[in-house]
Structures are given as structure tokens and as C-alpha cells.
Design a protein around this ligand. Sequence first.
Ligand code: SF4
Length: 1010
Amino acid sequence: MNAASGKAIVTGLPHSGKTSKLIERFLHSLKERPGERRVVIVPDASHRDYLRTVIMQRGALRALRESEVLTLAEFLRGIADEAGLLDGRRMTSLEELLAFRRIIHGLNSAKEADIPLTLSAARQVKHMVEALRNAGLFLKLLPGNEMPRLPARGAIALKAAVRHLWAMKASQRYDGLLAQELAVLALQEGRCRELLPGLILVDGYYDLHPLHETALAAIAPNARSFFMTAPDLPGSAQAMAFALALRRFGLEEILLEKPANSAVKLLGAVAEVKAAETFTGVAAVVAVQAEGIELRPLPTYIKEAQFIAERVLALHRKEGVPLDEFLVILRKTDARFVAALRHHFREAGLPLIDLTDSSESARAARFLSSCFTFAANPGHESLQRLVHTSCPALLRPSHALFTFLRRMGLFLDAEGMKTFARDNEAEVFAALLDRLVSIKGTDKGNTEWMRNLLAALGREFITALEPHLGDAVRNPIELAREQAALESIMEATASLVGEEMDGDELPALLAEICLYAGGSSRELGAGGVYLVDALAARQWQKHVCFVPQADRDHWPQGREDLSSDEDALRTSPELAGVRLRSPEEHFAFEESLFLSAVTRSTKLTVVTYAKREVEGNDIAPSPFLSLLAPAVGKLGGTTPPAHESSFVSRRALMRHCAGALRYGESAEITKEAAAGVLAMTGNSERASLFARGGLEAEPVGQPFAVPEALTPSSFSPSALTAYRKCPYLYFALNLVKPGDPPESLQEGITPLAVGSAAHEALQEAFAGFPDKADISGIFRKRLAAYAAKCAPLDFPLELERHWAVWEYPLRRAYESAFERLIAGRAIVLKMEEDLRADFADTEGRTCALHGWIDRADKMPDSSLAVTDYKTSDMSGFSSKASEGGQARFGVATAPHIYTMLAAAIAGNDVEKAEFSYHLLRENLKVTLEPAEDTIHQEDGVQAIVESLARSITGIRMGHFPRAPHSSCVDCDECEAYWLCRRDLFGEPLPNEVEERFPEPPFKLAKEKLE
Ligand code: SF4
């Protein structure tokens, strides 16, 4: 990299080596002119830390002076310091917020606008003032101290800015921006030139706000040697605007050679899409991939997190990508997504290094904040928050506690809570409430007194929390973190001593300070997958990058800090010359950030987005995806292979094998490999059946010989139901045996888990019959065990919801069944048992029917009542017949088989058996009987037996035609479509179930079990 003048703008596409050129220059200067002063200037701290590491690695340096890599803000503040431009000391960020809070307090217009006296409001105003100052306001104000004419709107921010300037001058306390502004002013006026290092390298900028643009424009001509990088992002309006701004520096331009990589091709395609008139900015986004890029719509953010963890694991294990060569890029830190990512990385045993700024307050800070919020405003909300933050240190979380909170709702008050606490052995919490309520009677404005109370509460809380702080390893770390938080809170509140404060104001302010000052430090580490925000990611380059949450909520990021007031400022004609970023510029900036994120990888970028929220609402994709998806299409986009989670990988493998063996056309797996895999799964009979061609060898319409070893000798209701839904479906699922069904897309606690917990609870409760059991307690315990295996997100609430939904119906169902057994002097004979009965097919060959029953009771009259619990509701039955009405029950074989099994176990000491369903939710007993009026009952039973026998003969004969029962299966949705290749058969398929296995109609009888 050379320029005749020793000054240049180095422009290039991503991966063209712009930063490397600067590093080379830096290292050259270090080696050749060690005495030279040099600096690399970058936009923010994460770039600085990253670049320091890279320079040390490339130069094999053992140390690097801190002053040699700085942010521009640090560099300018250094110049102001050295030049003695400022007297006094720099404020802390909390002091700045308190200063703005005082300014709001004194501004009539702020009072009129009803701006609250909180630190959050102060932060909003501070951000607005900073926007004005970054736009160069003080550069105009400082020299002559002139007041600009106040605009009609946005006056609050402008007045606050001017008052802040006066206050800083008067108090000799300044903020970070004032130091920069004074340094820029000095450089503009030609002062402080001697303080500039000989070599100045500027890297990592994608845009510049006017203050920094002015600063660099003043530095560039005064430096002996000045090189600055500028990204070339075809298709990005922001990058073009940035390049134009730099041209005004009047420096030579060095254009780096275009690298031939996928990122460059992608950017080229993006530019083409943007230029094409057909681009509307709106497009449906589907899964698509091209060289080096993949777009993956996934159901929810939880699935995105799971997908990333599984993909990282697969690439690391199978392709040897080192873990620190993965990068996950977020636009906005979303705590729920980060929690999901952490969970799935932990599950996969992968280290995740979170470099996003998501500091969460320490628990002591949250507790203290809730104490003073309650003291300031003792309402139901603040009390509820206090209860939450007090658990588990001062209050044991229990079902009774949260039921109480939910029941009281808006009527929750300190007195009721105290009574509850005392009744539930929570004296410590009751005493805490007494202390906080008594603050009302004291001098709430006495800062010293309140600080002492704060310190005492903090110490007591940490002592009580200690036994709950994780294991022996985590405990000391967590404890130190809590103590450090309390110390910094005490330090932060020291600045309040001596301040005059309204009695009501002080507790509210203390509550906020606790949260601000009690944050935790960021977790740092090495050797793991990095999680960074998109701004920081602009300098990173890794083999594989993930860009999750590419939806409208996250890309572009909203302008939450500067909302309507900033718009007012921007449009105010009186502020001409103080130009703030327009919405279009903001959008362009976000777009450039997105394009930068998707071009960070050297091998593969995977962009994911969630199609819906966990609650079910649809989420729109990011507008930038509507640009990226067609661009990927232009690069020859193809559909990426369906993502199979590890849970279903065996099923997927079997599916591929079966498909390959049958048709030999799978690109991914050869017939030989498929046969090998099938053989490895333990069944060479099945492997050879498929290796010979499987059904390919089947004469049309003729049964084929199924090897004896593959023919089942016993049949469950679900297997026979599958055969009667579609014989080919039975073949695909039961002979190919692809494994368990795919995981449900439902997040959290599934209906299956709830059903299993209810079944187990009833089993445990009836195990002690005739003693009565606490069914609710057992159910809660069982469901909690299932929930613990699910994703932990929103788990307590979801668990609460399921308990609340099921507690009453389950208790009612249990108690009514219990009372009936007692009244009928019955005994519980069997529970959760696999009943079996011999059966003969139409050719007289014997086999077994079997099925699990939930409970069988022996009645005093020697009859047997067999019960199957159902957690689903009546709708499944109602769709077929109303009470007393008649219906064919289609292909469903379970009621018939269970009735036959129950009758079969009626032996010597049991005279007859009856089968019924117990619908737990509705507490209904449902029985099916052959309809008497159309057919003689015994004939009806015989017809069912024959129908089942024909089905079993069909399976044994290898009769597996494609014959879907149209009202039960839909070929388009069928899981076996891949093997059956329904698409090869254009004609309508026969419904053989109806033709070959007719059934007599049945009658539905139901009885309420109250
Ligand atoms: S796709 Fe249709 S015909 Fe083929 S197995 Fe499934 S239901 Fe049967």
C-alpha cells in the first residue's frame, strides 16, 4: 500500500484485505521506525480490542502500547487532555444522568411536556442532546457561546443541551463529548497539530456522524502520514454516501483488487437485484442456498437457536471447523434468544462467548431496586415485583405463594401479603414488609438515613442468598458478584449525599440507581463460539457466520432512543445546519450493516429467521431478506436439504436409505451405502429385501413375499390402524422402521408430556387404593419432571398454566372414579398393563393382539371394568357420532381391539368384561357398542373380528397397495410420500379399506361421572 503523498483512502470489497494493509503499515513502522508515534483509530471499543489482538498475533508481539490502538473518542479526549483544554474532572455516566435529571427538573417546558423525573427519562434526553452535539451543535456554539434561535419543536433537547454546557463550565465537570468537541475545534483552528502522531491509521468506519467527520477532516491534512479504510458494498446506499463524504477529504484513493470469493459474488447479485426495476422490496422468503450462503426460515426463535447449536456441532465434528472460527451476529440483543442459544449450546457441550452488551443486574441490585420501588409506590405491581426478587433468599417459592399472587391480582396489598407470609412461615419477608412500609413515617428525603437502610438491606439479602448461589464452584464467583454490585451501588449513591430531595423522590431515585449501578460485567473468554452484535462484527472475519433473527423486529433496528422528538428536531427549519440522520439514511445504514453481517464469513454464512412467535403470531421477515433471497436465487440458488434435528436424524437416514434402495436416484446416498446402513441397523433381512429392489420387483397388484423374520407376530391397535389408513403407509412405517415420529414443533411442555403426567399421576394415586391420594400434588411433581426436560424458556409460567388447567379436572376425575370404586366395593386389579390375546387370521394362522390398558377393576359381581384414560376432549368422538347416534368408526381399531382384549381376559374368576374410555377433561365415560337395530349384536362383533383378521392376512401376504383412506390420510401430507412416490401415480387411488374391510355401524354411549 503506497501513496505518493503518504495519505490515502484505501477502498475495497469485503475480504479484499483493507485492514491487513493497515496492519502491515503499522508493523512496518514499528519495525523500521520504532521511535515514531503511531496510532490506529477505530470506531468503538470492541473493534479496538479485536484489532489489538490481531496486530499482536500478526506481528508476533508480546506487548502493544494501549495508546497505539484507540477509539476516535479516546484519541480526541487524549488530545484535549494533553493540550489542557479542560479543567476539572470527567463525570461518571451516572453523574451525567443525574445532571440531566436536574436539568429536566428545572425546565418548564419539560414539566409542561410531563417528562417524568426518572433516570430513564434523563437518559432519553441525554441521547437527544448527544444526537444534536454529534451533529455539530456545540462546534457552532462553543467559540462565541452564541445561543441559536430555539425551534418551535424539539426545544427541550436544545435547551437541555445549552444548560448542560453552562452547567459543565460552572462545575468544572465535563462529559466525554465536550472533550472531543474542544479537541475538534482546536484541530479545526490549526491548534494542537504537534500532538498528532506521525502515522495515523483509521479503520472500521462504515459511516461518520458530522462531529467525527469534521474531526477526521481536520486530522488528515495535519498528519504526516494518514491512511483510512473505506468499505465498498455494492448495493448499499450507505456505503456510497460514506465514500462521497470521504472524497471531500481530498485524499488519493487506493482501490484494492477485487477478491474472487462468494461474499463479493453475493454483493454483486444484491446490487443487480436492487438495480432491477422488478425489485419491489417485498417477497416471500423460502429456504434457499448458494455458494457460501444459506437462508433458513425456521418455526420459532427457539428452533433458530437449536439449529445454530446443531449446525456448529456438525461442522465442528464432521468438517473440523475450529470452534473459535464461528461467529453469531445479532443486531439487537434479545435476552430470550440469547437464553435459548445458551441453553442449546450447553446441551451440545459447546462454549459460547457472549460479547454482546447484555449486562443483567445482580440479584441484590434487583432486590434493592424493588424494595425502594415499593417504598416509593406501594401498589400491587411493586409488591409483586418485591415478592419475585425476594425469592428464594427471603421467601420460599411455592405453589401456594404463586397461587396466592395470581388470585389476589389487583387486590394484592401489604397487609394481605404479611398475613400470608406469617401463615406460611415466612416471618423474614413479613418483617421486611414492615420495614419498608415504615419508611412512610420517616424522613424519606434523608439521604444518609436511606443509604444506611439500603446498605443494611443489601447485606442481609446477600447473607440469605448465599446458600442458594449454585454449586461449590459457582458460589464464590456469584457471591463476589453480588457483593461487588452492592459496593458499586453504595458508591453511586454517595453522590446523592447532601442533595436536597423531595421526600417521595429519593426512594424512587434509589430504586433506579440500584439497577443502573448494579449491572454485571461482561463475560469474557477464549476458545469458543463468539456472539457479537452487528456493529462490532464489522471487523470480524470467521469461517462460518450465523445471522439469526433476520425478521422485521430485529433488522432494521428501531429508532427507540430518538423518536418523535428527534423527528421534530430534524425537521425544524431553525436548526438548519444541524442535520440529523433522516429515516432513509437510518434505513440505509441498517441495510449496510446487514450486508456487512452476511459477508463476514470466509466459508459459509447462514441467515435464519423465525416465521412465528412461540405464542403463534406470524413474524414478517426483514425487508433486507427480500433483497437477499432473490440475490441468492441469482447465484443459482437451490433448496437446501431439510434440516433434521439430531432427534430425528436416524429417521432421516433410514428414509434416505429406503428411498435410495427403491429408486436409486438419491444424489446423496448410493444403493450400496443404503444397503450397508440398513444392514448396520441390525436387520440384514430388511437390508437384502430393499437391496434386491424392494417393491420394485413387485408384480403390479400382486402381493410380494415379506421375509418371515419381518412379519410381525403380534399387532397393536396403532399398527392395524396404520394399515387400514393406507396399506402402503403401514409398509413404510412398520417395515422400513424409520424410528420415532419427528419431534413436535410445539415449544415447551407438549400435550404428550401433560398426558403422560396425568396417566402417571392416576397410576400412582390408584396404586394405594383404597387409601386416598393427593392427586394434585402427584400430578404437579410428575409434570415438573417432564417440564425440566423441555426448553427452560418461560417454563415456570407455562408450568403454572398447565397446573391451573389440569388440577381441577384431574382431581374431579380421580375422586369420582375413587368414589365409584368404594361404593361398588370394587378392587383395582391391574394398572398400565400390556393385555394380550390370541387371534387367528383368515387363513387360521395364529398371532397376538395386544394393547396397553390404563386400569382394570374387578367388580363384586365378578365382572371386569377396563378403562382407558383420555386427556383429549369429546370432539374426536363427536365428529363421528352424537350420543346414541350411529356411525362407522372408520379405520380406528382401538375401541374394538381393547373390547376384545378385555373380553379375552375374562377367565375363570371373571365372568364378563366391559371396556370404556374415561375422558378426564370432561369426566365422561364413553363406551362403544355395535348398533343393535341394524344388525344382530353378535354378528356385529363377528364382522369386526373378520375385518381385523383380513387386515392381518393382508400384512402377512405382503399386500401393500397404495390405497389411502381418503377421510383419514392426505397423500400430500403423508410421511411416506418419499418412498411411495405417490407423484408417479396420477390416477385416483382406490380406498381398499372401505371395500375390503367393511365394519358394521356402532353406537356411542356416554355417562357423566359426577
Ligand atoms: S402417499 Fe398416499 S398412497 Fe402413498 S403411502 Fe402415503 S397415503 Fe399411501
